[in-house]
Design a protein around this ligand. Structure first.
Ligand code: HAM
Length: 424
């Protein structure tokens, strides 16, 4: 029986199907630009395991969040330990930061990762059970400048990749004091309206009322119109931080809109939160988001340090690039593609290929070459720069034909001059 892939997953192939995003070359290009931008802003790469103890995520992302309650791939290993596939990157990075005392290595740890994430979600376009995320976590600096650096890094990445029509939304969810004070008034407002709330929001009212703010349900949104505002409960320090952030963004001419309903789905946020949506195929899709999470590190047993970060989905970036017709660079092929049409030619071509590869020149050989037409077609598919043909005539004359696939120009080169010519 033919085996098939599990639901919500996909393979990334070295072949492009027109309009598809699951193409290795696209991923490599986006990843290359990510590494460049991370270097530009001086973030260092961190790699954490694909799974962690379940409590690493439960404690930080939040025991009432959708990610933890509905979407985690949790399993027991043979030692009866509860482990979970990583649904997001922040928790693992903070676990590592605390465990390895990274604060003692540097005052300001600016880390980044490109990793697969796993979430048991209903698969649809832009939502998969395994996706790849580029994320950064800047730990140790609580200033608005740090917020702006993180946001600016994300926007610079999008810009370098040619994304257009982006919309940056920002908000503050206040500090703990602001949220505690707001929660009381918000819950008192909603309790008499409980029966009118959506099922999800009814549960959230009990467990995590703030999440009701970003409900997509129409009736919920209607009820929220007269609800008290979190902004009216901000402590002076939370307010000041947000005002500074807005002023700095303006001074850098970074356009943004304040969206007071933006709370995001993870429990660790504190003060600044943000999200970037992109216009693609007539719809706004959320391509990246993050926020500040001062206070999280101490819950992991680490020092009380401020931190901010974001995550952006590589699939959504590529899909938006395709929809917006942002250019991808041409995929490069081998410099030489050898076509030995005779059995005797095959051995000498094979040793030439070996020698050229040792010299750092990329080449391929058609070991099954029979008809020149088929081999040329293969060279074309591979985007080879030149082909090297040796048939019976060439063998007799002890020459090889080198044909440039772009200019169609061809030259005959004696065997003993081949390497020398090819190296040029
Ligand atoms: P998040 O908003 O849950 O944040 O995910 C970040 C990005 O990952 C989303 O904007 C989206 O592009 C992509 N993404 C999420 N789920 C899926 C999915 N099922 N399929 C495809 N793409 C998806 C976080 O994960 C936080 N850790 C971000 C952060 C870092 N906050 C502070 N530091």
């Amino acid at each position: 029986m033919k085996q098939t892939i599990a639901k919500g997953l996909f393979d990334i192939l070295p072949y492009l199907d027109e309009g598809d995003f699951r193409y290795t070359h696209y991923y490599r290009y986006v990843e290359e630009i990510i590494h460049q931008v991370a270097f530009l802003y001086q973030y260092s790469e961190i790699r954490t395991p694909v799974f962690e103890k379940t409590e690493v995520f439960a404690r930080s992302v939040g025991t009432t969040s959708d990610i933890v309650t509905k979407e985690m791939y949790t399993f027991e290993d043979k030692g009866k330990r509860s482990l979970s596939l990583r649904p997001e990157g922040t928790a693992s990075v903070i676990r590592s930061f605390v465990e390895k005392s990274l604060d003692q290595r540097s005052k300001n740890n600016k880390l980044y990762y490109i990793s697969p994430m796993f979430r048991y979600e209903r698969p649809q376009k832009g939502r998969y059970r395994q996706h790849h995320q580029f994320g950064v976590e800047a730990i140790g600096n609580g200033s608005a400048e740090q917020d702006v650096e993180v946001i600016d890094l994300l926007l610079t990445l999008y810009e370098k990749l040619g994304l257009k029509n982006l919309n940056l939304m920002i908000n503050t969810v206040g500090d703990k004091e602001s949220r505690d004070s707001f929660r009381k008034e918000f819950v008192s407002y909603l309790i008499p309206l409980k029966e009118k709330l959506s099922e999800d929001s009814k549960v959230r009212l009990e467990k995590n009322p703030l999440r009701i703010l970003d409900s997509k349900d129409k009736q919920d949104q209607e009820l929220l119109k007269n609800a008290p505002l979190l902004q009216e409960h901000l402590t002076s320090s939370a307010k000041e931080n947000f005002e500074e952030l807005k002023a700095l963004l303006k001074s850098f001419s970074i356009p943004f809109v304040v969206n007071n309903n933006l709370v995001r789905g993870l429990d660790y946020y504190n003060k600044t939160v943000f999200e970037v949506t992109a216009e693609a195929l007539g719809a706004q899709i959320s391509i990246g988001g993050g926020g500040r999470y001062d206070g999280l590190i101490s819950t992991f047993g680490g020092p009380d340090l401020p931190a901010i970060g974001f995550g952006t989905g590589i699939e959504r970036i590529i899909q938006t690039m395709i929809a917006q017709e942002a250019p991808f660079p041409e995929e490069k092929g081998p410099k030489y593609f050898f076509i030995p049409l005779e059995k005797e030619a095959k051995t000498s071509c094979f040793s030439l290929v070996h020698e050229l590869r040792k010299k750092g020149i990329s080449c391929e050989i058609d070991l099954k070459a029979k008809k020149i037409k088929n081999s040329l077609q293969q060279a074309n598919t591979l985007k080879a720069e030149s082909v090297v043909i040796i048939g019976s005539e060439e063998l007799e004359k002890k020459v090889a034909v080198i044909k440039n696939m772009n200019t169609r120009e061809q030259i005959e080169v004696p065997f003993d001059k081949l390497i020398e010519t090819m190296e040029k």
